[in-house]
Design a protein around this ligand. Sequence first.
Ligand code: PLP
Length: 428
Amino acid sequence: FRSVPQLQSLSTADLSSILQDVQRRYDAFRQRALALDLTRGKPASEQLDLSSALLGLPGEDDFLAADKTDTRNYGVLQGLPELRALLAPLFGTVPVQMVIGDNSSLALMHDAIAYSLLKGTVGSERPWVREPRVAFLCPVPGYDRHFSICQDFGIEMIPVPLNADGPDMDVVERLVGEDAAIKGMWCVPKYSNPSGAVYSDAVVERLAAMTTAAPDFRIFWDNAYAVHHLTDERIEIPSLIDACARHGHPHRAFVFGSTSKVTLAGAGVALFASSAENVKWFLGRMGKRSIGGDKVNQLRHVRALRDTAGLLALMDRHRAIVAPKFAAVADAFAAHLGGTGVASWLVPKGGYFISLDVLDGCARDFVKAAKDAGVELTPAGATHPLGQDPHDRTVRIAPTFPDLATVKVAAEGVALSALLVTTSALLA
Ligand code: PLP
């Protein structure tokens, strides 16, 4: 790798000459007139191909669940027990404390909030809509669709900093302790979208133990990347459900997950897991909107995945496709931005995203420069509530969808754009 000096410590003359060199490399890239896209956190077709067998399952003669339930018919609102048994260990729960939804976990999160707003949840004094204010803590950078749900329902969003080992717990504990309007908190505890942060055991413990002013405070534990490892290390985090129970807050954890990025993003299965009482509450509401989910899809997932080990083996095959793309991005960042002091990032050990933090005030210009150079990035600000990153610093990179060759080229364009914009800013 090229060794690059800490740019902020250079004289104006040295910096100007570096800028000239960066500008030349950026221009050469732009002249290739490419049209590349790193905005989409979707599996590549090659990954979807790994689950092609699902399209032929369960098969014309195969529709009985283990207990002889006819999956073609109505019913079994909670979802097939054998699918719950397959998924429960991966999400820190037991099958009876899990509900299977249809394909989207985001829909279950949306429903959990809608139910809480309209009806209240276990331990609520009144439906959340009757409270003068309802607020959620939003670790940032975070997932824009979480923030959109809050925005849509008029829930106030309070950003809290997300570090490499989870949210800043001093801030979280202070806020939830003093403000009873804070009813919820978004968490993507493993390989977070977009920074790749993994919550430490200590953070999980503090989240479970902390005292909250709201008696019905809920942690929306969106474990979307529970099994999406990028290295040999299959990182495990403690079960939030168990930790909350241990600390006398059994109803605090609302756990969500799905097989969207395990099998088929548009035709997987989603799950909700929590205390037994919360599961009863959730099923009570859900039973009004549906007579039962798509059990044929649940059965074919059981047939295709077989068991928990089968699912993990499938994830290894995903990893073989996805990990080289992440490595290409990490290599390009290290080569062009390493040691410059103008950009920072975590090399994620799993998940679907990398976020690149550039010098404050540079993210929007960086995204624009990348676009001018032919690489589309997620808009700056999307990682924060209301699309407003107060530092204008964080940009989300999604390398899974394009092929490896494309990712390699695009990552170079991204790194050059970041370098150009930050070097120019230092001279301004
Ligand atoms: N949660 C997170 C953190 C995500 O990144 C995504 C998709 O990118 C989702 C949820 C969507 O999940 P689902 O497909 O189960 O609705």
